[in-house]
Ligand binder design. Sequence first.
Ligand code: PEP
Length: 249
Amino acid sequence: MRPLIAGNWKMHGLLSHLLEIDTIAASVSVKLPDADILICPPATLIVRAAELAAGRVAIGGQNCHCEISGEFTGDISAEMLKDAGASTVIVGHSERRQHHGETDAMVAEKAKAAWRAGLLAIICVGETQAQREAGNALTVCGAQIAASVPENMVSPSNAVAYEPLWAIGSGHVPTASQITEMHVHIRRCLVERLGEQGMELRILYGGSVKPDNAPAILALPEVNGALIGGASLKAADFLEILGALPPGH
Ligand code: PEP
């Protein structure tokens, strides 16, 4: 399965920051990576980022509304992201679930909106520290998959990202066996939900992926790529992570 290395800039980045995308795009056009590369900048930068990346790096959104248009002040539809040059959108990121009250049902509607607009969706799931300590991590993520992955999620290019909340931005990373156990579980849940098609979706790991831990994480056979926050803001770090992909992964 071709890996996907995706950067989530969150609410970081002014126009001057586009230089980082320029640097990443220049580097990947010299040495073609054995992976799909995606950067999700703030919505304000998507048009310029897509022009600059010129197809060498895919550009994505970080969220979308489920409606095409309407009286939803401050929201952006999947169609608008597509029109701006995005190919993909992250839905159900834990920061959206936490700070904007997004439920599994809302996340599923957003994923469907993404496909309606011709975008790929990266659906995020993950447990809190307390849920892991209580021994509920697998159950929590399984329930999130069941309720936030629409039944017709079939394209192999779509992805699920496992992002334990306690690993995001904390510098704490699950052990290799915790990541493997969860990715195996998510795969099983996807197959239960989608049949054979569940084998084709990429399962990304996200949460404090950095240049120093990327080689070990990306070498895990069940990991089909990474969703990277902080370390995607600097081209040098992002490119180092890209360079950590094992050959022929
Ligand atoms: C994220 O929020 O998607 C993420 C993975 O962040 P970080 O890499 O900074 O932990």
